[in-house]
Structures are given as C-alpha cells and as structure tokens.
Ligand binder design. Structure first.
Ligand SMILES: CC(C)(COP(=O)(O)OP(=O)(O)OC[C@H]1O[C@@H](n2cnc3c(N)ncnc32)[C@H](O)[C@@H]1OP(=O)(O)O)[C@@H](O)C(=O)NCCC(=O)NCCS
Length: 324
C-alpha cells in the first residue's frame, strides 16, 4: 500500500519576540499570571507587512531543504490557516509562486483553526494514498496577532505567530504499523460549540475581519476530554497502546491542557514535546512547529512512532499516528 512518508520538516518564527512583560505594558496582566495559568513565557509576532504567506514559504523552504528536494518536486500544497493573506485566493497559491514551484498542480487552503494541521495532513495523506500526489507540502501558518483584541487580557496573551511544514513523499509500505509514514488519521467536528471559540467577523457576516473571542474555561474542559478520546482512537485503530509511543507532539494551547491530557492517558511527561513556553498558541502552526523543533534537536529520530493531536474552534479536533 502507498504510505505518506515524512521526508522533511521545517519551521519559521518571525524575528519579533514578545515577552509577557511586553504584553503587561499593553493590558492588565503579569508574567507570573501568564506563566502559571498557561506555561507561556513569550511568543513571536509578525512585523508589519510580514504575511502568513511569507511565514508559510519560509517554513516550506526549510522542509524542502531538510528533505534534500527542490521546489520542482512538489505536486500538492495544502496550507492550514485561519489567518490567510486575503479572503481569496488561497494563500497556498501565493506560496506556490514564492517557493518557485512549477505551476499547474493543486494548491489550496484548509480552515480548521487549531486542528488545521491535522486536517491538512489527513487530506494530503489521502491524496497520496489515492495516487494523486507523490510529493505533498503540508503547511500550518498563522498570523494570529492580527485577529487578537489587545484590550481583552483573557485572550491576547495566549497566541503567537509562526509556521511549520512537512514534506510527504509517496512510498510503498507493507500496511503494517512498522511501516514508515502516516499510519492513520482521525478527525472530528462539533459545530454546536461554535460560540465557545470564534472570530466575530467575516466577509459574509460583517464584511470585517473580526477579532478572536473565547470562553477559555469551557474550551479547556472540552479539550482535555476530546484530546484524550482522539488519542485513544488512534492507538486502538492500530492495535497499539500509549507504551508503544516514542513521542507525543500535542497542539500547544496551554501547558495545563497538555499535562492534564497526558496524565489522563498515563503518558509520561518525558515523552511530550512542548514548545508552548517559547511559541504560545500558534494555532495551525503549533504541531508542525513543535515537530520541527524536536526533529532538529535530535529528540525525534528516524523510526520513532509519534502521535500528533490538536483541538480548535468549531470545535474541531484530530489525531494522527506517524512513524518518522
Ligand atoms: C484562558 C485560560 C488560561 C484562563 O485560565 P483560568 O484558570 O480558566 O482562568 P479564569 O478564566 O478562571 O480567570 C481567573 C481570573 O484571572 C483573570 N485573568 C484572565 N486573564 C488574565 C490575564 N491575562 N492576566 C491576569 N489575569 C487574568 C480573570 O479575569 C479572572 O479574574 P476574576 O477571578 O477576578 O474574575 C484557560 O481557561 C485556558 O487556557 N483555556 C483554554 C484556552 C485555549 O487553549 N484555547 C485554545 C484552544 S485551541
């Protein structure tokens, strides 16, 4: 059977690093409160004029370099973002040009907020399995600083900007869990929870971009339950247990959500990749950013079994088991 093998990973963070103390100059908050409640120490914000497509292109370039391939090889781009450069066309089409890819192949955006990377990975994996792509770029890129309300201390301290990318290459596998590549993906959505985490604008509703609104405590409660369930779903689907995992790369929303979910699953904290202290919540970029960091620093090695999970607005949530 065809497998989507992870041939390369890349990441990009804007140069502008914003500490909790920097934010405390704008809203009534403190470094102590943010660290204790979220685990966040700082985040990066894009410079004026620096767009999601710029972040995405830089991360994609790094993934191509990591794979030892040039842009000519790419035949699919799926870009997960809730903060596109424009309402249309898709930011992915800009990335296709900025990377210097040959034109013609499909490139599109996908919107599932913080679960966006899991959704994009699933779509690209299915293209590969169907024989419709051989070398797919899957990118998560966000400029959430543009949709934050800097008068709302309950939300503006939680998010940051960044991008992460993976390059998937089609390879024949045996179908066993010892294969390299994406072993399975699991996606969910529950639109009844729309009002717990949303942006209060859009082209069809207000003709404005809008700002992020969230009921943090309720989101927290749902996140631990949904993430626990979707991790077990991935393990069960492959006849594996948490003990078989080498690493978990969770969505980086809140250190307490990450710790609470891991504890509920009986996964040791040493197996969890956390980047939240330096990145904050970069929405669709958070999982591929964390993955890239842990690959680059040598923690995640070839042959390791890793579990990716995320949950976001919608609600949407998902998981994927991947042997790297
Ligand atoms: C947002 C979140 C950190 C708030 O933490 P919490 O422990 O639930 O805190 P509460 O909302 O109960 O607020 C506690 C107090 O802190 C205050 N507070 C909120 N934000 C604050 C800030 N940035 N600085 C200082 N105080 C703050 C509140 O006003 C409240 O004060 P009060 O008790 O006087 O009313 C937490 O709910 C969370 O992380 N939720 C999940 C959000 C998330 O990850 N969303 C993305 C998912 S993709």
């Amino acid at each position: 059977m065809l497998r989507s093998v992870l041939a390369g990973c890349g990441a990009y963070l804007p140069a502008n690093k914003v500490t909790n103390d920097d934010l405390a100059k704008r809203v009534a908050t403190s470094d102590e409160w943010i660290r204790e409640r979220t685990g966040i120490h700082c985040r990066h914000f894009a410079e004026e004029g620096e767009m999601t497509s710029d972040l995405a292109t830089a991360a994609a370039r790094a993934a191509l370099e990591d794979a030892g391939l040039d842009a000519e090889a790419v035949d699919l781009i799926v870009l997960a973002t809730a903060t596109p450069d424009n309402t249309f066309p898709a930011t992915a089409t800009k990335v296709q040009v900025k990377l210097g890819c040959r034109p013609g192949f499909p490139a599109f955006d996908l919107q599932a907020v913080c679960s966006g990377f899991l959704y994009a990975l699933t779509v690209a994996d299915n293209f590969v399995k169907a024989g419709q792509a051989k070398c797919a770029l899957v990118i998560g890129a966000e400029t959430f600083s543009r949709i934050l309300d800097f008068e709302d201390r309950t939300t503006c301290v939680l998010f940051g900007d960044g991008a992460g990318a993976v390059l998937l290459r089609a390879e024949e596998g045996t179908g066993a869990t010892t294969d390299k590549g994406v072993l399975s993906t699991h996606l969910h959505a529950d639109g009844r929870q729309h009002d717990l985490l949303y942006v209060d604008g859009g082209p069809s509703s207000t003709q404005t971009t809008g700002l992020l609104r969230m009921h943090g405590r309720e989101v927290f409660r749902h996140a631990v339950v949904n993430l626990h369930d979707v991790v077990l779903e991935a393990l069960d689907a492959n006849g594996l247990t948490a003990a078989d995992l080498d690493w978990v790369v969770p969505h980086q929303a809140n250190k307490r959500i990450i710790d609470g979910t891991a504890k509920k699953l009986g996964i040791s904290p040493e197996k969890i990749i956390t980047t939240i202290s330096e990145h904050a919540n970069t929405s669709a970029a958070s999982v591929p950013l964390a993955l890239s960091v842990a690959r680059a620093d040598g923690r995640i090695k070839s042959g390791d079994l890793i579990l990716l999970e995320a949950m976001g607005g919608g609600f949407t949530w998902g998981s994927a088991l991947v042997r790297v």
